[in-house]
Design a protein around this ligand. Sequence first.
Ligand code: PRX
Length: 654
Amino acid sequence: MTDTTKLYLPPAALAEKAHVSGMAAYDKLCAEAASDYEGYWSRLAREFVSWKKPFTQALNSSEAPFFKWFEDGTLNVSYNCLDKQVEAGLGDKVAIIFEADDGKVTRVTYRELLAKTCRMANVLKAEGVKKGDRVVIYMPMSVEGVVAMQACARIGATHSVVFGGFSAQSLRDRIEDAGAVMVITADEQQRGGKSLPLKAIVDEALGLGGCDSIKSVIVYQRTAGKINWTARDKWMHELTAAQAETCEPEWVGAEHPLFLLYTSGSTGKPKGVQHSTGGYLLHAALTTKWTFDLKPDDVFWCTADIGWVTGHTYIAYGPLALGGTEIVFEGVPTFPDAGRFWKMIQDHKVTIFYTAPTAIRSLIKAAESNEAVHPKKYNLSSLRILGSVGEPINPAAWEWYHQHVGGGRCPIVDTFWQTETGGHVITPLPGATPLVPGSCTLPFPGIMAAVVDETGKDVPNGQGGILVIKKPWPSMIRTIWGDAPRFKKSYYPEDFKGQYYLAGDGAIRDEKTGYFTITGRIDDVLNVSGHRMGTMEIESALVSCTDLVAEAAVVGRPDDTTGEAICAFVVLKRPRPTGDEAKAIAKQLRDWVGKEIGPIAKPKDIRFGDNLPKTRSGKIMRRLLRSVAKGEAVTQDTSTLENPAILEQLGQAY
Ligand code: PRX
């Protein structure tokens, strides 16, 4: 439970000028949405989005749960993010301040960003990419990465960004599932002073087979490091130089898929979450404005990677749709030292800073052991709003962030949302909501979030339950690419009579305030450093090491820095190893998982047993494994266990 005795009120000066000022304004918006739901969203869709052809109907539920919003309206996202700003006289305003890993800074105005986007859009067309084609983007954090996304949007191609830390195998799977026609990548990426391969991984992925749909690979030259070159590869700078810097936007229907983004579920392979154009853009712009209170003079910095949904909504689209100025950062928070974030806030006079609890926790540790990288050594007085995303923020980290980064004066917006929700769904508004550390507080106006039991019935405040959203909202997932039945089963299951969107998280509402606290996933999805991973995916990767592994089970355990850590229980095809041999095999298995999925999926603990704890009917006792992973005394009834002695073996982590 959250401690509601400790309320942090919005600073009066901030509240007074905020876009949503005070709780009365928040309540008024919620009341508007409650009394005329479609009217509320229509009003905002007209206010926040420029339509080529206006929509006449807000919501079409005739094929529920495949909801459609603003269906007969047409628009273009890139027009809304770029041309619109230039037409409004913001052509010379800085859109992106790019800071490279080595500290080099490049500023790009709206006019320049539009020209770059148009050139790239013309390249895509010249390469034969058509409206509705899928383009995979496997890029470092860069202006070119944002341009690639905007260029796809401009011609109506559907992008699918794959995080640069995913392996060749993961990249291949996504290319194949999406049926992509092109990959846009870079020669290498630069992180923490090191060059890491990208193009080489694309080559490897395409070499694995199943990617025949790919016709060309466009390569952004980032490091000029040595790479292999094939007939299908083309340099981005050569192609863009030959193209015009204007390109008529492709006006698409509001339901046209803007992007696919693969994310983990509790079963099977990652799923391609499909987002729309109109509804998504509306929520990206609206939440950027209300949750971050974005104003023309702000310098906004979201530290996420464009490979995750946060980088889509709050880097590639939201801030640009509002004509904001934002930072795009290539590097890592600990290079050249753990004061990098604080130095960048100081140098660029960042006013709104949005990051993940894992980053905060690791920077707390660094600051506590080295005064020189403590935020107090930097001038952070430009900051006015802080944000947190991706995982629960523990109250101690919240307090530190508030005091040492925000100087005790900046509200922290703890934003709860998911790849599937497109934008914030439960979050404080900085000029309105009194804050409670550890709580994401209240639904964004118009989002009908609730906590229910297994039958879909509301549970009283103070009692934990299942988080649902009772009405469809404009930026929600439309379907899972190529797998509509899985969409229905995952998000609108029959248990809830197909009525409510099931988030996959548990939640509890405070008895007095009704504030939401997220209690964690209720499925087999782990959240490690804010990265979402399915336990089944990691298990499949382990057992695919057929020379070594007979059986594997993966669970999460709490971790002070990463939130959750991956713990794998493994039965080998050879006698159970101990000591140095066990250490060596554990390393081999970690590297294997790194190659199969990506380094982020490497288990932190590997435990070997002669077999896994199973009930007599053969079911792996996962609850018991979770206790073992935590190092807790096993209190569960182990009488049904086939072989109780193995619990001792599993006690040792390598
Ligand atoms: O478990 C919740 C957690 O992250 C999950 C969504 O992960 P993903 O789709 O990768 O999107 C992350 C960025 C939006 C959720 O189901 N989560 C996200 N934000 C929070 C959170 N848990 C607690 N508090 C949050 N603010």
